[in-house]
Design a protein around this ligand. Structure first.
Ligand code: PMP
Length: 323
């Protein structure tokens, strides 16, 4: 779908994947006015197809657009664009439990000019592509690298928006994590370099021995994950106490050593819920919860997967049946 100031959204179409012709002066190539979402369509046991909370992705897309001075795509257009792609051929959606159809809606500034101002023309596109599990080896605890040098987002910046530029800025840190034999980078806050913000592509939860779940608050430097919000509700439903408050890296280490911290997990659309087993940093490493997948992590993961596949009751009306 295209957008031009004064004209609104127009020229919606579905076409086979092909290159998008791009002028060298297209605004996105110079000033990175680009936002996106990452979502999945799942097969259900009865052969149907579901999406999980697409309205929440539409709302986050709208928030990202506002932050990046881009036009608003109506929620109905966003959700319909995904539905239409999925409805073309349900065979696109893999049937096995570890796989799904990954959906990547994105919007970028296509106007041709070199001045620095919000563009007046945009293109909104959705890519659909089958995807397997995020971490090779299925659900095993991952090792994370706490970046000593890089931060992901500063107060007042674009950290709460899902824009391409945030990921460009985090690639060096993610590469550093891989060099240290880790699966993901952990970012500390940009001001004090003390509190845990999030992972490269996931939010983080801490599970204490009194069954309290703690996750860092949405202060503007963290992406408001839809899985994060869903986990908060599911944990509350299950009778856990939940707290959104800062957790320092020093406390993470001390509470893991004392045993007070039982489990730590990361969550996001790509990997659902993944236990964090080992935490590595320049001075050493430590293990959480014996390095395995804990009881709470395992239960929440299964519950979320069952919900997304339409296997259990859906009290919050999160599951959007497409076919
Ligand atoms: N944080 C970052 C930086 C991410 O890229 C993602 C993935 N979108 C998440 C958190 C998790 O968000 P969600 O649960 O909506 O996938």
């Amino acid at each position: 779908v295209r957008y031009a100031d004064g004209k609104g959204w127009y020229d919606a179409r579905v076409e086979a994947r092909a290159p998008i012709p791009m002028d060298p002066a297209a605004a996105v190539l110079h000033y990175a006015q680009e936002i996106f979402e990452g979502m999945k369509a799942y097969r259900t046991a009865d052969g149907g197809v579901t999406m999980f909370r697409p309205e929440a992705n539409a709302a986050r897309f709208a928030d990202s657009a506002r932050r990046m001075a881009m036009p608003q795509l109506p929620e109905a257009t966003f959700v319909d664009s995904l539905r239409k792609l999925i409805e073309i051929d349900r065979e696109w959606i893999p049937e096995d439990e570890d796989s799904s159809l990954y959906l990547r809606p994105f919007m970028f500034a296509s106007e041709v000019f070199l001045g620095v101002r919000p563009a007046n023309e945009y293109l909104y596109v959705v890519i659909a592509s089958p995807a397997g599990s995020y971490f090779s080896g299925g659900v095993k605890p991952v090792t994370v690298w706490v970046s000593p040098d890089y931060t992901r987002a500063a107060p007042g910046g674009t950290g709460a928006a899902k824009c391409g530029g945030n990921y460009a800025a985090s690639l060096a840190a993610q590469a550093e994590a891989i060099e240290h034999g880790c699966d993901q980078v952990v970012f500390l806050d940009a001001v004090e370099r003390r509190f845990v913000d999030e992972l490269g592509g996931m939010n983080v939860f801490f599970v204490y021995d009194d069954d309290t779940l703690v996750t860092p608050p949405l202060t503007g430097t963290i992406l408001p994950g839809i899985t994060r919000e869903s986990v908060l509700r599911l944990a509350q439903d299950a009778g856990h106490r939940i707290e959104e408050r800062p957790v320092s890296f020093a406390d993470w280490q001390a509470d893991a050593a004392s045993g007070r911290l039982r489990e730590v997990f990361a969550c996001g659309t790509a990997a659902v819920i993944t236990p964090i087993g080992t935490v590595r940093f320049p001075d050493g490493e430590f293990v959480v919860g014996g390095g395995g997948s804990g009881r709470v992590t395992t239960a929440l993961r299964q519950q979320l997967i069952d919900l997304q596949r339409g296997k259990v009751a859906d009290p919050h009306n999160w599951v959007h049946r497409v076919i």
